[in-house]
Ligand binder design. Structure first.
Ligand SMILES: [Zn+2]
Length: 481
């Protein structure tokens, strides 16, 4: 029972990247604006206003439905979901209920067993985003909330999966795949704050199901689910029941916490939205031309650039990274694709992540020049990382931008040549200062050689080519016998 199978289903809310809101002409570009500056009587829900459906939002949702292999329903319908809460001042949300835009479909992921798996989808429906509450003060003093309606009426799609996911890691992969697909379609921007929110259902086979509400980051979903698996397993181990309930994820503390259960037991009294006609858009499906999607691009990267499957997966897993890769290996830099795949997927991705930087900040030409220096053997891999770090730091601080060649020159990082007298001198010094290791080497201990080479590397700050250095130290050891 303790090792019971983990069962996870997700409800993913994504903001569609349209220019205007779902039912009015207000701009969706609200993120750097003051509160309540992108509002009108419609999205404020004032009495007497009528919603007018944004055709683009429906087109975007249809693209998603087609890309995820869903069937678009012949006649879908908007509904009012009634609830009273300050983030929704008209006291109902326009959403879809028993007649959603699309049903079925699937998302392919690489499962925990490394096999491709199809995660089935239940449905996709369209709805409006509510406003946003900003909580002020603290629990003791001056606690109050402000409401910002800039977000009210932003078009959302809710993508609901079947409970096919078997671990928190699979849930993360599912979300990554979904994000990549939506970005390739050009209907979603994952870098916009709050553009994705997830509710997760999780249970251990044979126990009750728990819903975790409103997780607002990709990493948060995996963390919240991992916490829940541990919590539920611990309950079962102690012979206690897992209660069917709704929990909130507290991002800062990395835990989930029970929501007061009454609060969530809403009867939404859904009924058809009388101000919007039923949607008959099934006939649009055949006219939708899908762009190259992540799986196709991954296969193309393997075929066209001889990328390893893993590198191709990483590179195409994000639209921006895939575009960056192709920007680097274009034209006369075609011969760099092997190096580019390794350096972007393994090194650059990590350095960007560490700095919380987007790949858009990196210039593909400048990065290509760095790869050229590596390819020509001008610098070692270790120095390459050092140059890359300087490049990224300059970019981040908005300082003067040097070429990789300039950085190599300024920091004196060019690879030392075999006949470099400074290098010979370093080797001699290391042998002189480490007599014990020299004797060990002569006594047949091969580890001593690695130690000596390491000492010279340290002295030369990684500028020497490791293979060449190895040969030099061996020949110096022979020479001094
Ligand atoms: Zn408006």
């Amino acid at each position: 029972m303790i090792d019971a199978e983990v069962i996870v289903g997700l409800e993913v809310h994504c903001q569609l990247d349209t220019k205007s809101k779902l039912f009015c002409g207000c701009s969706t570009d609200y993120r750097d604006s003051g509160p309540n500056t992108h509002v009108c009587p419609i999205c404020l829900g004032l009495p007497g206003t009528m919603p007018a459906l944004n055709r683009k939002a429906i087109e975007y949702a249809m693209k998603v439905a087609k890309a995820l292999n869903c069937s678009v329903i012949e006649e879908s319908e908007f509904a009012r979901k009634n609830y009273f809460y300050p983030d929704l001042d008209k006291a109902f949300q326009i959403t879809q209920y028993d007649k959603p835009l699309a049903s079925g479909g699937h998302v392919e992921i690489e499962g925990d067993d490394c096999r491709e798996r199809k995660i089935r989808l239940t449905r996709i429906h369209v709805e409006e985003d509510p406003g946003r509450l900003v909580h002020m003060g603290n629990a003791e003093r001056g606690r109050y909330s402000l409401v910002d309606y800039n977000r009210a009426g932003i078009p959302l799609i809710e993508i609901v999966s079947e409970p096919d996911l078997r671990s928190p890691k699979e849930a993360r992969k599912f979300l990554n795949k979904l994000r990549a697909t939506l970005e390739y379609l050009g209907v979603f921007d994952s870098e916009k704050e709050g553009s994705l929110r997830v509710d997760a259902n999780i249970s251990l086979k044979g126990s009750e199901r728990v819903e975790i509400k409103n997780i607002s980051s990709y990493k948060g979903v995996e963390k919240a689910l991992t916490f829940e698996v541990t919590r539920q397993r611990n309950l079962i181990r102690r012979g206690l029941p897992v209660e069917r309930e709704t929990r909130h994820y507290l991002e800062a503390r990395g835990i989930t916490q029970s929501a007061r259960s009454k609060e969530m037991e809403n009867d939404y009294r859904y009924f058809p939205e009388p101000d919007l006609r039923p949607l008959r858009v099934q006939s649009w499906v055949s006219g939708i031309v899908l762009p190259e999607l992540p799986d196709a691009r991954r296969e193309r990267f393997v075929a066209q650039y001889s990328c390893s499957l893993n590198h191709a997966r990483t590179l195409t897993g994000e639209l921006r990274m895939a575009n960056f890769f192709e920007g680097v290996v274009t034209g006369e830099r075609k011969d760099l694709c092997g190096l580019a795949a390794t350096w972007i997927a393994d090194t650059l991705a990590g350095e960007l992540n560490y700095r919380d930087m987007g790949i858009d900040a990196v210039d593909p030409h400048r990065f290509g020049s760095l790869l050229r220096l590596l390819k020509s053997g001008t610098i070692t891999d270790k120095s390459g990382v050092e140059v890359l770090r300087v490049m990224l730091d300059e970019q981040m601080k908005g300082e003067k931008i040097e070429t990789p060649e300039d950085i190599v020159g300024r920091l004196n990082l060019a690879k030392t040549a075999g006949d470099d007298s400074a290098l010979m001198k370093s080797v001699a010094e290391v042998l002189r200062d480490n007599q014990k290791a020299v004797e060990d080497y002569r006594a047949g201990k091969n580890g001593a050689l690695n130690f000596l080479v390491g000492q010279v590397m340290k002295k030369t700050r990684g500028r020497a080519d490791p293979g060449e250095l190895n040969r030099m130290v061996v020949s110096a050891l022979k020479g001094s016998e």
